[in-house]
Design a binder for this molecule. Structure first.
Ligand SMILES: *Cc1c(COP(=O)(O)O)cnc(C)c1O
Ligand SMILES: [Zn+2]
Length: 378
């Protein structure tokens, strides 16, 4: 079954549905329980937690099973046990691959032969890669502020790209309508099966006191907490970690709502160097807020200077992350009571950028009112 993250209403798993028609809040797969099984891959060891669907390894690019590394210097500095969950080593260099793999399996099981995504870059690269692997047509709607470096990666996988001129927050909802009309499965940031993929991060970590999560749309936070909750309900861990959302000060709609109360509101004029977490109107914002409030979580907003400093600090330990990911180590400085705690920092994506302008001139610029027309023959 699928279940609304707000009202709890249930919907059949067989039907393609991503949000609750009553609340307009994201759906999720009902909580699973299980044991740890034998197997090399996370998808094998934790197959009980995905027993409602078939994960075909033919479409896998080797996502997940990333290293959990003790940070000697941060542990010393904060007198705690601090681990890096290094997601930069995923096939397209961000954790998005875990979610894309599961969502792609979902799309194919429902008979879709076209997939799509709305993204500022990392998720688009991931969907383009897995779409290529599966041989399905892939459509990527990019905000017109996307960097040329990211476009070179998406381009080589062969996805059809569209730079969308218009409100990025509205684009998300627009994509779901277009998907319905054109038979494209949009596996956006809050897709229930993308969230299922992210839950594997928690399954790999196990018991911990705090988990610090760079947060934009809120999907990653939802997935990680779902994983910990299912482990606890299955008796695999004794307690849940305290969830800590890390946002950039220049775009922190979830932290603002957490502080002021109420639902998430659109952030005007977002501005940060951490572009991967620059969603001004996060589709899973309220769902993430519910988790932070229910599990005594925190939300920390970091300035660009904090982010730049933390990024250099990580590089000194041999890890090169995107500015978005550096919000996790930067958040440590803002927290109290870390002494003696076991803490996992989710290092969400790699800092490696490739130069590439070879595709930019070929991408049509579309008006948000006329994306379909602009997409032409698909
Ligand atoms: C997508 C992304 C995030 C945030 O994930 P959400 O699910 O949108 O909250 C954080 N860091 C990086 C590098 C990302 O690509
Ligand atoms: Zn609902």
């Amino acid at each position: 079954m699928l279940q609304c993250t707000k009202c709890g209403r249930k919907y059949p798993l067989e039907k393609h549905q991503q949000r609750c028609p009553l609340c307009n809040e994201p759906l999720e797969v009902v909580a699973q329980r299980g044991k740890i099984r034998e197997g090399k891959r996370v998808w094998d060891r934790f197959r009980d937690f995905y027993s409602y669907m078939n994960l075909d390894m033919k479409y896998s690019l080797g996502e997940g099973d990333t290293p959990l590394i003790l940070s000697e210097s941060l542990s010393q500095e904060f007198k705690a046990e601090i681990y890096f969950k290094n997601e930069t080593v995923n096939p397209t260099w961000s954790f998005k691959d875990r979610g894309t793999f599961v969502a792609l399996n979902r799309a194919l099981s429902l008979g879709f032969d076209k997939i799509g995504v709305v993204s500022t870059g990392n998720m688009a690269a991931s969907v383009a890669a897995y779409g290529a692997r599966a041989g399905v047509k892939t459509f990527v709607l990019l905000s017109s502020t996307v960097s040329q470096e990211k476009i070179s990666q998406i381009g080589i996988y062969g996805a059809k790209m569209f730079l969308i001129d218009g409100d990025y927050g509205a684009l998300y909802f627009e994509s779901l309508k277009i998907g319905e009309r054109l038979g494209i499965y949009f596996m956006n940031s809050d897709d229930p099966f993308r969230i299922e993929g992210y839950k594997s991060i928690a399954l790999e970590i196990g018991e911990i006191d705090y988990v610090i999560i760079p947060t934009s749309s809120g999907g990653l936070l939802r997935g990680i907490m779902k994983g910990f909750l299912e482990m606890k309900e299955s008796g695999l861990i004794d307690r849940l970690p305290v969830p800590i959302a890390a946002q950039a000060s220049g775009c922190a709609p979830i932290c603002r709502a957490f502080r002021e109360g109420g639902d998430v509101r659109r952030m005007e004029n977002p501005a940060t160097i951490a572009h991967a977490i620059e969603n001004p109107y996060p589709p899973s914002g309220n769902a993430a807020l519910r988790l932070l409030r229910r599990y005594d979580g925190r939300c920390v907003a970091l300035d660009d200077e904090d982010i730049i400093r933390a990024r250099r600090k990580l590089a000194k330990e041999g890890i090169f992350v995107q500015p978005a990911s550096a919000t996790a180590p930067a958040a440590l400085e803002k927290l109290k009571d870390l002494k003696g705690k076991r803490i996992a920092l989710i290092l969400t994506g790699s800092g490696l950028k490739t130069k590439g302008i070879e595709y930019i001139s070929q991408i049509p610029i579309c008006k948000i009112e006329n994306i379909e027309g602009c997409m032409g023959e698909i």
